[in-house]
Design a protein around this ligand. Sequence first.
Ligand SMILES: *[C@@H]1O[C@H](CO)[C@@H](O)[C@H](O)[C@H]1NC(C)=O
Ligand SMILES: *[C@@H]1O[C@H](CO)[C@@H](O)[C@H](O)[C@H]1NC(C)=O
Ligand SMILES: *[C@@H]1O[C@H](CO)[C@@H](O)[C@H](O)[C@H]1NC(C)=O
Length: 181
Amino acid sequence: MQQVTMSPSICLAILLLALVSPSPASASITNNNGVAVAAPRVPVAFQFLQGHNDARREVGVAPLEWNWTLGQDAKRYAAQLVVRCKLEPPKYIPPIYARNRYWGSGKQDGAAATGSWVYERRWYDHGANACAPGKECGSYKLVVRNTTRELGCACRTCRGSNDTVAVCSYSPGGNFADPPY
Ligand SMILES: *[C@@H]1O[C@H](CO)[C@@H](O)[C@H](O)[C@H]1NC(C)=O
Ligand SMILES: *[C@@H]1O[C@H](CO)[C@@H](O)[C@H](O)[C@H]1NC(C)=O
Ligand SMILES: *[C@@H]1O[C@H](CO)[C@@H](O)[C@H](O)[C@H]1NC(C)=O
């Protein structure tokens, strides 16, 4: 789902969070002694950046970089979404940055969230700058928007369930009526 209103958030805090809670990107592997050890975690920024920049490269758009302030915004936004575990726009969050939002069943990570947005590519008609009838493709358009330079994202587990919400905040904005590339 996409929110085109401009809307702001902390990568460091997310990383801290990842240290104290099981990360969806972590997996158990077995070492040479047959003892299960934690696999190295994929950093949160990388989980999100890779899918974004792969999709952007495919259409000849420059890669995005991580921005701490935008990460703060996304974290703040996600902290609201986890309460009801729905993608309804939270109150008290100023619409400063463009954002993509994600809900996933069970434990998911930034790569899964990004993948869900990039999945909408199949419904985007670049020639017409339109989505297929009845389909959403606004999240994909935000992923590949050529005026965007930076993003910050957060992935959180809902309260009361093991489902996942994720948010990316993007900057700068640009004219969202224009084709993204
Ligand atoms: C991060 O984004 C914010 C908000 O767009 C901006 O004010 C700030 O300069 C950016 N920081 C860096 C290091 O680019
Ligand atoms: C979340 O997952 C854990 C581990 O699989 C499970 O023990 C727990 O009951 C789950 N919680 C909810 C609310 O589904
Ligand atoms: C972004 O794409 C639009 C539409 O193709 C194009 O007109 C514009 O020059 C591009 N801007 C940048 C910064 O690449």
